[in-house]
Design a protein around this ligand. Structure first.
Ligand code: ASP
Ligand code: MG
Length: 473
């Protein structure tokens, strides 16, 4: 929902899907959450003036948006429309009054709590949903706006609050379900919720998808659709492989593997509530709504699992900025308890480890940020000789088909040998859903290229892939 054109597209999508019972979960307009955080940080750093000017800009943007969507020609200039316009403008004004009060409160106290941050960031979704609701109405779509704070009950861990699923389920069934059953399109906000004392909370950045998955799960949705601005999950990062193709169908497990690499499209957390409830998730492109996107299901039915060798791999993912940590100790390694001690150090710093490979004399593992690295290294040195190598990248070849096909590893290593790419680490779990390699950062593009050419040759696209998407209108 970045601008008026995008909101009009959303309304078209609602129109298209209207024959089903629809709950629309809306995110903030693009960049607004960041701007609100920017305002919060400005006042925390003592610059109330700057915070207020950021709020002013956000306010202008939303006013313009409302103006564009509710302008007389679209609304037929009925009196009702004019009243609607005034109504949402005053609702927005009231919200900005509150926001300015929060900013001033932070300024007076000289302290920014996560609770105040949530009071501010939650306004992004409240504004966008207000506008979408009014615009839908103006376009002749009666919808009901349900305040997510009435439904998304969370704990009080502000900014990354945990939804209390059982309570959310009760509220959703009480408040949303009756409307949906009457065929009314319900609009609500993603990302935001409220603790039991009614204070507003947010469930973590990018949380709108998670909100949608939770609402969908507790309501027993037929399908959860995530509308983004890409064609779905891709066979590779299009910035590296311009001819990469969207993946038509994949399993939750495959998608979860990829999520770590392309969190922009879909975060793994999003998938969880849907997986548990066996609800298919479809990733769609709001700029090309006619395109079928990627359908993610709990299990790909046997008959759809292609026997075609070309189809065993779904995607080649990569992640740069990886640090490899090697801990060696001829004396202690593989003595019982060694790995436990090693991983406890990472756990103590809440640091997640991504790839692991062990030998009798050393353990290699990867992390994807420098956070707490000096402290962790210091502790690791007490249990073994520790070496850190930076500027590495993870390459992950994902596909459940590996389980049923032999020779995949040979193709991977053969292709890389031909391209003279040096592989630093390898890991393949017994689930055989992915094969993960660590290479030098400078080799990333080349590695992805040769693997993509190997598994997705230009001619003979696999059945799971869509043909080259045409030019969009
Ligand atoms: N608006 C929130 C954010 O930017 C939630 C979302 O977009 O999913 O993090
Ligand atoms: Mg977002």
């Amino acid at each position: 929902v970045e601008d008026a054109a995008a909101i009009r597209r959303v309304i078209e999508i609602i129109r298209r899907e209207q024959q089903r019972s629809l709950l629309v979960v809306v995110s903030a307009c693009s960049g607004v959450t960041n701007d609100l955080i920017g305002a919060a940080h400005a006042v925390r750093d003592g610059d109330e003036g700057r915070a207020l000017s950021i709020l002013g800009a956000i306010s202008d943007r939303h006013r313009l948006l409302a103006g564009a969507l509710l302008k007389p020609v679209e609304t037929g200039e009925t009196r009702g429309a004019a009243a609607k316009r005034n109504e949402i403008v005053s609702a927005m004004d009231a919200m900005f009054d509150d926001l300015r009060n929060v900013v001033h409160g932070v300024h007076l106290l000289g302290e920014l709590t996560r609770r105040s941050v949530d009071a501010m960031t939650s306004c992004g979704e409240r504004l966008s949903s207000l506008i979408l609701h009014a615009a839908a109405e103006a376009a002749g779509f009666p919808t009901v706006l349900v305040d997510a704070r009435q439904v998304m009950v969370t704990d009080k861990n502000y900014s990354s609050a945990q939804p209390q699923i059982e309570k959310v389920a009760l509220r959703a069934k009480e408040i949303m379900l009756p409307l949906l059953k009457q065929g009314i399109v319900v609009i609500t906000q993603g990302f935001i919720g409220a603790a039991e004392d009614a204070s507003v909370t947010t469930i973590g950045r990018g949380g709108s998808d998670l909100s949608a998955a939770i609402f969908g799960s507790v309501l027993g949705a037929e399908e959860i659709q995530i509308w983004t601005d890409v064609d779905g999950m891709m066979t590779a990062d299009p910035r590296i492989i311009p001819e990469s193709r969207p993946i038509g169908l994949m399993s939750f497990d495959e998608a979860s593997e990829l999520a770590y690499f392309g969190a922009k499209v879909l975060h793994p957390r999003t998938i969880l509530p849907a997986v548990r409830n066996n609800i298919p998730v479809r990733v769609l492109n709001s700029r090309r709504p006619e395109f079928q996107g990627t359908l993610i299901v709990r299990r790909v039915p046997e008959e759809l699992r292609s026997q075609d060798r070309q189809d065993v791999i779904k995607s080649i993912a990569c992640k740069r900025g990886i640090v490899v940590i090697n801990v060696g100790s001829s004396r202690m390694l593989m003595a019982h308890g060694f790995l436990a001690r090693l991983f406890t150090i990472f756990a103590d710093y809440e640091k997640s480890v991504d790839v692991v490979a062990t030998s009798e004399v050393s353990v290699s593992l990867t992390v994807d940020s420098e956070d707490s690295l000096p402290e962790i290294t210091e502790e690791l040195e007490q249990i073994g000789e520790t070496r850190i190598s930076r500027n590495k990248a993870i390459i992950c070849v994902v596909g459940e088909g590996m389980k049923h096909t032999s020779g995949i590893a040979a193709r991977i290593f053969g292709a890389l040998a031909n391209a003279r790419v040096n592989i630093e680490m390898v890991s393949e779990g017994a689930s055989e859903i992915n094969l993960t390699l660590v290479v030098d950062d400078k080799d990333v593009d080349r590695t992805v290229r040769v693997l993509h050419d190997e598994f997705f040759p230009a001619h003979g696209a696999g059945q799971n892939c869509h043909p080259e998407p045409g030019v969009s209108s």
